[in-house]
Design a protein around this ligand. Structure first.
Ligand code: GCV
Length: 849
């Protein structure tokens, strides 16, 4: 039975914490001294080189035991006999020093044996990296107050457990919401790589073994001699943690005039000069980075060059790099995210089919060191997608799954969305290839189709912000990513609670509250953003953050909903639609082909139906849309109040930072709810049976107030504003006043004000009742731009418009209001921002609208 000391030993409430230590805080456990006799007194790390993972493991053990339990241990680097010690090293080194174990553990590369039985704790890796992983596993137990006697071996599910970072050479990060790059600035690799080393340490602690350091939308100048030298420096700081470097390549680099490299007139993958060019550059890289993990390639997708330019196949393109890497032992991760622009008027066109069309015919043509890297769903990291059928269609090829830790379409770290449950729906999905069990996780591990290569790529996009990815709670996703890449059978909640105990503390109410919020977060986000398989109904033409359902259609991007006045959804059936359902093996194809067996949560992914179509639940599509959007936003309100119960139970710094985000999410979830509900109410003309949509008895629309220096403004998209209208100041220098007499009964109310916080200005607002100020604020929830950061700053992609991204709510609680009072808002514009206001809600306590 697991004995959690933390249940009796309350973890001490650490002073303010900025999040940098993440789950490796080694927080002191109160009363830890009482356990010194049960802990090792000596550490034996069987490697003398300070750059080796085993040496690092020794340092970590020393630091962890000291910090958590206050026990000082000496570190030795060769055989040492002591009555109580922890020995860490490779199994081979251990055997040389101490003799064989009574039973040899069954370890594969990166695997480890951990035994805490007897007087000597053994942490033995198949390789050095494995020994470090075992060390972090042991320290995780200690940090959770778990001194249970264990003896087990642990092996990774798959050899490839990489992160992808979409860092650009100029220091920006595509879809990064936490500041600038830790390793690139102004076209080169920075000199101070301290954070890079710290990141490698974090990754090692969750079993990640490589980082692709630059954006898949790559830049050829990564390959200058100066940058290749820089890659060597990155590799040097990551190597002690067993983390290798990989890089993304720009396919047409040979013709890009890379300084210090030859410039060719062709990038045809079959041209001998091109082959020689890549062979030469690859050799240069391995000179600097002898253990480089490999290349990641995005080709012929979203404007990136690729082999199709020369009528060569994607396999010929991939194999070009595979052959260059092969002598060095490197791997090519070749992305399956390849698609062309499409015409929506073609009923049979479907971006979801693209991967199958491009890759299925090539199965068997990829070299053995190529892995096809497949996004979990056929489109693009949406809030719900079916598992990509490509996993079932390239049995002769190595495959890896691409997951997105950074929440590009899922709230950009300003909405809490714990992603492990979403990932599990894909990893645990049974594709039934040849009518046999074919779980996605067994395909990417290589087990299902007998491949030795395969695994995981997680797009993380850490930045310079102290929280690494943009918010404290979002880090549960990075933790879960690593844990699942190691063992995809782990339970989402189990992983989460491990993370909570390590990152915050083991107080049961802390664990319970954070668990509830996190486990409810993905369903809530799905419900208020886009349910029934309708994808995340965000603005796909601009920020990918706030609501804008109409951007899905009438574009060439193929993320269509095909919503019109009576019907909605993509018909992906074989019988009448795009045929996508037929890409799955027969059992699954039959399930999705038939509307009766398609799960409700993917209905509109596979079928085009009337808004009045009845779901399995018995509800109509349109009513379910309304109901779920209201339910999701209602759940998001509870996150903020639940979080408030943590006051004093975690450190104030992280408490207030996350509270700020939960309050923001609560407000923005209402923006989502209203935008989506209004949009479909408007297009379908079908009223909400529960009379909520478009009916807001507590709202005072800003445009209906008496305006002075303010004027009405028609918001685009219309659904982003209540009553489709906001007010803005008459000019960018005119202060505006909006006032109205209160007609509701006297009482205590929460006063909520919805306004727009655009990028490019910091307007100021003052709300008063009978000229007594009840609140004032500046609209400056600034996104991270350049190096400016701060704990109260949102990281989402900024919007310069009055729209669903900039729509924000602020609430003043428990305000005493009397009938007949004059409510006044004074807005002072700033920059391009004309103090835009949408509405004021006077909410009786307990009501949210
Ligand atoms: C790095 C989506 C994202 C892009 C990303 C692309 C990809 O389109 O919006 O930012 O580009 O996917 O995964 O290649």
């Amino acid at each position: 039975m697991i004995r959690l000391l933390a249940l009796s030993l309350c973890a001490s409430l650490a002073a303010a914490e900025n999040g940098l230590a993440a789950w490796l805080r080694y927080a002191p456990l109160q009363g830890g001294e009482g356990y010194h006799s049960t802990l090792p007194s000596h550490i034996v790390a069987l490697n003398t080189s300070s750059a080796s993972p085993v040496y690092v493991a020794g340092q970590e053990l020393q630091q962890g035991i000291q910090s958590i339990y206050g026990k000082q241990c000496n570190v030795h680097h060769s055989y040492y006999s002591a009555s109580s010690s922890v020995v860490v090293g490779t199994l081979d080194e251990y055997t040389k020093a101490y003799g064989s174990l009574s039973t040899t553990p069954d370890l594969i590369e990166d695997g480890y044996w951990l035994s805490t039985e007897g007087n000597t704790v053994q942490i033995l890796g198949k390789n050095e990296r494995g020994a470090l992983y075992g060390t972090f596993a042991y320290l995780s137990m200690l940090a959770q107050g778990n001194l249970t006697k264990v003896a087990y071996s642990s092996n990774p599910n798959a050899p490839v457990r990489w992160t992808n970072e979409w860092d650009n050479l100029d220091g920006s990060i595509e879809r990064g919401f936490a500041g600038n790059s830790n390793w690139f600035a102004n076209g080169v690799i920075v000199s101070n790589l301290t954070r890079t080393a710290e990141y490698a340490r974090l990754l090692a602690s969750i079993g990640i073994n490589a980082v692709v350091v630059n954006n898949v939308n790559a830049n050829a100048s990564l390959l200058t001699p100066q940058n290749i030298e820089g890659l060597g420096r990155i590799a040097d700081v990551m190597r002690p943690y067993g983390v290798q470097v990989g890089i993304s390549l720009y396919f047409s680099s040979p013709t890009s005039g890379v300084k210090g490299q030859a410039n060719l007139t062709t990038f045809d993958p079959l041209d001998e000069s091109v082959v020689a060019w890549w062979t030469n550059v690859t050799g240069q890289i391995y000179q600097q980075v002898p253990d480089m993990a490999g290349y990641l390639v995005k080709a012929n997708s979203e404007g990136q060059p690729g082999p199709l330019t020369y009528n060569r196949t994607l396999a010929q393109g991939a194999n070009l790099f595979a052959k260059a890497l092969q002598p060095h032992g490197g791997i090519v991760m070749f992305r399956a995210f390849v698609y062309n622009n499409l015409n929506e008027s073609d009923w049979y066109a479907d971006r979801a089919n693209a991967q199958i069309q491009f890759f299925k015919p090539l199965d068997g043509e990829f070299d053995s060191n190529v892995i096809i890297q497949i996004k979990y769903g056929p489109i693009d990291f949406q809030v719900r997608e079916p598992a990509s059928p490509l996993f079932a269609n390239i049995p002769k090829s190595n495959a890896a799954i691409e997951l997105q830790v950074t929440q590009e379409y899922l709230g950009q770290q300003c909405h809490l969305v714990y992603l492990a449950p979403l990932w599990k729906t894909i990893l645990d999905f049974d594709l039934r290839v040849d009518n046999e069990s074919s779980l996605v996780r067994n395909v990417v591990s290589g087990q299902r189709f007998n491949h030795s290569l395969g695994g995981y790529a997680g797009v993380v996009n850490v930045g310079t912000n102290d929280t690494w990815i943009g918010s404290h709670m979002a880090m549960s996703n990075l933790y879960a990513y690593g844990r699942l890449a190691w063992d995809p059978t782990l339970d989402s909640q189990y992983i989460l609670q491990e993370w909570i105990r390590l990152t915050f503390n083991a107080d049961q109410s802390v664990v319970n509250t954070m668990t509830q919020i996190s486990m409810e977060s993905w369903p809530a986000y799905e419900n208020y953003s886009g349910n029934l398989g309708e994808q995340t109904l965000t603005d796909i033409l601009y920020t990918h953050f706030g609501p804008n359902p109409q951007t899905q259609d009438n574009t060439v991007w193929g993320q269509w909903t095909r919503a019109d006045h009576t019907t909605i959804g993509m018909d992906r059936t074989v019988s009448n639609g795009t045929g996508f359902a037929g890409n799955y093996p027969p059992e699954i194809a039959a399930m999705y082909e038939n509307i009766a067996t398609t799960p409700d949560n993917l209905l509109l992914w596979f079928h085009h139906v009337n808004y009045t179509h009845l779901l399995h639940s018995g509800e109509t599509v349109i009513q379910d849309f309304y109901d779920q959007h209201y339910a999701g936003a209602a759940t998001a309100q509870t996150f903020a109040t639940m979080w408030e119960s943590l006051k004093g139970k975690i450190d104030d710094e992280r408490y207030y930072d996350q509270l700020f985000r939960q309050v923001y999410q609560a407000g923005h979830s209402l923006v989502w709810r209203d935008a989506i509900s209004n949009f479909y109410n408007n297009i379908s003309g079908i009223p909400d049976a529960a009379h909520r949509v478009g009916k807001h008895p507590y709202r005072i629309e800003a445009e209906s107030m008496q305006l002075d220096g303010y004027k009405p403004y028609t918001v685009i998209p219309f659904e982003a504003a209540s009553n489709y209208t906001a007010i803005v100041t008459s000019s960018n220098t005119t202060t505006g006043t909006a006032q109205t007499m209160i007609t509701c009964p006297s009482g205590t109310y929460d006063v909520a004000v919805n306004y727009f916080d655009q990028f490019g200005g910091d307007s100021h607002f003052v709300v008063s009742l009978n000229n007594v100020t009840i609140g004032e604020w500046t609209a400056n929830l600034k996104p991270w731009i350049g190096s400016s950061q701060g704990p109260r700053v949102l990281g989402h992609t900024p919007s310069i418009y009055i729209d669903g991204h900039s729509a924000t709510r602020i609430t003043f609680s428990n305000v005493t209001v009397a009938k007949g009072d004059m409510l006044k808002i004074v807005g002072t514009p700033n920059g391009i921002e004309p103090a835009p206001l949408d509405y004021v809600s006077l909410l009786p306590l307990g009501i949210v609208d």
